[in-house]
Design a protein around this ligand. Sequence first.
Ligand SMILES: [Zn+2]
Length: 383
Amino acid sequence: MTFKSSILSLATACCLFGCATASPDKAKNVILFIADGMGPAHVDATVHTHLSQTVDANGDPARLSFEAFPVAGSITTFASDSLVTDSAASGTSLSAGIKTFNGAIGVDDDKKPVETITEIAKARGLATGVVSSVGINHATPAAFYAKNESRRNYDDIFQQLLAADFVDVAIGGGVFGEETAFQAAKESADPAKLAFFTTEDFHDLTAETAAGKRVIASLDTDGDHKLMYVFDRQREETDEPELKDLTVKALELLQPREGGFFLMVEGGSIDWAGHANEIDPLMGEVLGLSDAVEATLEYLERTGELEDTLILLTSDHETGGLTLTGPYGKVGVDRGEMEFHFSTTNHTAAAVRVYGRGPGAEMSQGRQDQTNIFRTMKAALGD
Ligand SMILES: [Zn+2]
């Protein structure tokens, strides 16, 4: 084969199987789920442990909600200064499509602010929201609204959220930094523009009560800056809602606003359980994220916008270096037969998965870098 004919073959293959650069259909809404710290083994551990004893209507093993998405790929996650990334640099890659240094929130290697998908969506007339199961000014959600050379500048990042008029809804499991910051903001803000909610009045938060206002909700009753672990809910009472409740609330607030919406939802505690090498809380958080995706699909189906919505789910990096072993000779395994091995209490350089459905999702098919997630979302909003 000549060089010229091999080029032609490549072009033909692109036409047949779809190029990553092909123009996708435009989406009315874009939702990005970020499973913080979830690698392939985290998904498989959860499926084998919690679902492998069941089968679906076709007799196939059950899957997590997002595993049924028609598009799947694998993405690399390195930072500009490190093969192993952190949630700040990685969040910025996902939100802005660039590589930057570990710790950086919404700034490039020169510490210059970069435009994020949240700002792009707002400029195109969409409503925007950021949801997390952990503190709303933690690295991942922060990468979607703040510009800061250090993720540790929690107070400054929270002040940026208060000022970020391109974010309509922000709901998280607490606020990091100065303990009184949330209350102080609530007391000093213009109530006609900014509405604050906690677990006490979260049920009062509706599209009607929030009409015409930006919303910031902090749902942490015990000061641990996260929603109670799904695993702990089996034996402990809490007033803190679950990630799926936060997600549906954000949808209820955003969807009635004109022009479509962009929503980022982070399952942040998967990473925290990974750092602690705690497999049961880790799997509980994966299930909690799967429930949030399922609730999202049901909500969009009910409101008739499922097919107009690009939904992507990916991870910012793998945490824990998790592997699964044993047993040979069996398919469905009973709890206790599978062994879980963590190789680190930190992040790893392992590639993570991306799952997608809806207009433009095919851009995330196959092997990509995480910056392609940003490009997929941006293209779906219309270049
Ligand atoms: Zn982490």
